[in-house]
Design a protein around this ligand. Structure first.
Ligand SMILES: Nc1ncnc2c1ncn2[C@@H]1O[C@H](COP(=O)(O)OP(=O)(O)O)[C@@H](O)[C@H]1O
Ligand SMILES: [Mg+2]
Length: 570
């Protein structure tokens, strides 16, 4: 809690203080109204006052009501400002942080977890700050002021006022452990349910084509039931604890009434003083009555804050910011070993070099690690052993943004944003001019198609390019790489999912993209890589052959087999 408050920006802290003071003033003004009302009763009953003696209290009362209203409006607006600023800032910080994670972080559970954090936990933390902390602090300040005042007025009544409080607070404290445990289980169940939902929704196209997968559907149902069940348990336990707590609080107020009546009868206090305890005693108890909702909010907060912290403290890809590229864009893999978190697949002892400005092709049966090699080069993951160098510098010593600026990767699965075609091409170079975008589109053989659309470059392409064919999406992604103009290009089966007509166009686009670059190409059709400088043949994560096409096709080995199989297919 304190840690969270400490982590706030200075301007946010100032807002919290102002807000607390405004709510305090608002409560104190409410109390003043009661005191004025009591004074009027005292004047009427005890002093037999006339109406004219009361006038000035009416004026006072009016003034207080108006100021109270103003306070309320200010405090509320402040809360909203603070809340929205905080929500925006936390989400922005989180996005900034998440994008620095290695791609290996984003497995199914973690994506579910991040959705929970962004949708749910950040909201919980914001509500706590704006609606709970400020109100609670102001309640506490008011209670201290009131308590001190009521003690000074009559210490015996003061004691009666607080006698049951320790018991009430002790019940909360004793129930804390179990409550926290249940809440933890409940949150884990929620996270699991969301992960399963996300996974299930992603699978809907497959389900529609191949029918439902009963075991996975059952898994989703089980996670829903589990969440419902643990929610019930948590609510029951909370209700039980709060019931006990409230009982003590009500009992405390009861004791105050009984003891106050007794003192009034034996003339220990006046009727007006008794009236003050009755009215102000309720105000004194306010934070304790609200204690239950504060408590629930705190437990939720603790849990949400922990999850936010887990994401925010997860290590990012280190970006040491020490080396800049030296203008040589050769790529070298030295004794590289790598394995995924949850998979038996291993890359072993990968050694090869792509000289600056030359082309190397990776060839293998599928699942042998070609894409993994490409992903290591862009640091989607980091190697477990060995190193990868660009121009002699270990990529882990290059500033991450510098590294990414030197590489373009064109994949089989194109990722496009739900925005205009223009903006999607500009992703490659944020400050590109309109002319540059058009030129890149021309080189990528997609300009004519774009111009044939009614809105041209401003056409919105729908979620992940839903309104475009595979080949069109691919050419937009190539235009993006052309405009980026990075010295190293990786093509990962860029043409394998398109029809022959599109393939020819994409091939032209690619030729425009790769002129004079250092190129790593992973090709589906071996005929497209026949003339490259070097071919590397992989199998099960290891390099089996290296050489030019003419050399490899003469050797008895995997390449020869693949070549003849491929020739039969194409
Ligand atoms: N993100 C991942 N997590 C775990 N295993 C993966 C991941 N991506 C690929 N693999 C596994 O690594 C192996 C090599 O995959 P990949 O490099 O994509 O092969 P290729 O591109 O040669 O077809 C496969 O067994 C695949 O299942
Ligand atoms: Mg692959």
């Amino acid at each position: 809690m304190l840690e969270f408050i400490n982590s706030l920006k200075k301007s946010e802290k100032i807002r919290v203080i102002i807000n607390t003071l405004l709510w305090t003033l608002w409560s104190l003004l409410g109390i003043s109204i009661m005191l004025i009302a009591l004074k009027i009763i005292e004047l009427m009953v005890v002093n037999n006052a006339q109406v004219k003696d009361i006038y000035k209290y009416w004026v006072w009362m009016g003034a207080v009501v108006i100021i109270k209203g103003i306070c309320f409006t200010f405090a509320n607006t402040q809360s909203h400002f603070l809340g929205h600023n905080l929500l925006g800032r936390l989400r922005k910080d989180m996005i900034d942080h998440i994008k620095k994670f290695s791609l290996g972080y984003f497995n199914k559970e973690r994506i579910g977890n991040i959705s929970t954090v962004v949708h749910n936990d950040i909201d919980t933390v914001q509500v706590l700050l704006t609606d709970v902390i400020c109100r609670m602090l102001s309640d506490i300040i008011v209670t201290i002021i009131l308590g001190a005042g009521l003690f000074l007025l009559n210490w015996k009544m003061g004691v009666a006022l607080i006698i049951a409080l320790p018991f009430a607070l002790a019940t909360l404290w004793l129930g804390k452990r179990k409550e926290e445990k249940l809440q933890e289980i409940n949150s884990a169940d929620m996270s699991a349910m969301i992960s399963n939902f996300v996974e299930y929704t992603k699978g809907i196209p497959t389900i529609k084509t191949f029918g439902d997968n009963p075991s996975f559907f059952k898994k989703v149902l089980v996670s829903i039931e589990r969440f419902a069940c643990s929610s019930k348990k948590t609510s029951l336990n909370t209700a039980y604890n709060i019931g006990k707590y409230t009982l003590f609080i009500v009992l405390g107020y009861g004791i105050l009434i009984v003891y106050g009546t007794h003192l009034t009868f034996i003339k220990g206090i006046s009727l007006v003083t008794f009236g003050k305890y009755m009215m102000l005693g309720r105000e004194f108890y306010r934070p304790f009555f609200n204690g239950e909702s504060y408590w629930i909010n705190f437990i939720k907060f603790r849990d949400s804050y922990q999850r936010i912290k887990n994401v925010m403290e997860h290590p990012c890809i280190e970006s040491p910011n020490i080396t800049k590229c030296n203008g040589n864009y050769s790529v070298k893999f030295e004794n590289v070993y790598f394995e995924y978190e949850k998979n038996a697949f291993k890359l072993k002892n990968i050694n090869f070099e792509i000289a600056d400005g030359t082309t190397t092709a990776l060839v293998s049966p599928s699942g042998s690690g070609k894409s993994t090699i490409a992903n290591l080069l862009v640091r989607f993951w980091d190697v477990k052993k060995g190193n990868i160098k660009i121009g002699g510098a270990d990529i882990r010593n290059l500033e991450y943004d510098e590294l990414l600026s030197k590489l373009s990767i064109v994949l089989q699965d194109v990722m496009l944003f739900d925005d205009s075609i223009y903006e999607n091409i500009k992703v490659g170079k944020r400050n590109a001019t309109k002319e540059e975008v058009v030129e890149a589109a021309q080189k990528a053989m997609i300009h004519d198609f774009i111009m044939s659309l009614p809105k041209g470059y401003e056409t919105q392409i729908g979620e992940n390019g839903a309104r475009l064919s595979g080949g069109q999406k691919q050419r937009i992604s190539i235009a993006r790489a052309i405009i980026k103009d990075s010295p190293i290009i990786i093509l990962d089966e860029a043409t394998s999912a398109v029809d022959p007509i599109n393939e020819a166009q994409i091939q032209k686009a690619i030729n425009n993209l790769v002129k004079g670059k250092t190129l790593l190409v992973i090709a589906h059709h071996l005929k497209t890589i026949r003339n490259v400088d070097q071919i590397i043949v992989l199998k099960e994560g290891e390099i089996k052959q290296k050489g030019t096409h003419d050399e490899l096709v003469l050797q008895d080995g995997i390449y020869k087999t693949l070549w003849y199989q491929n020739a039969e297919i194409s």
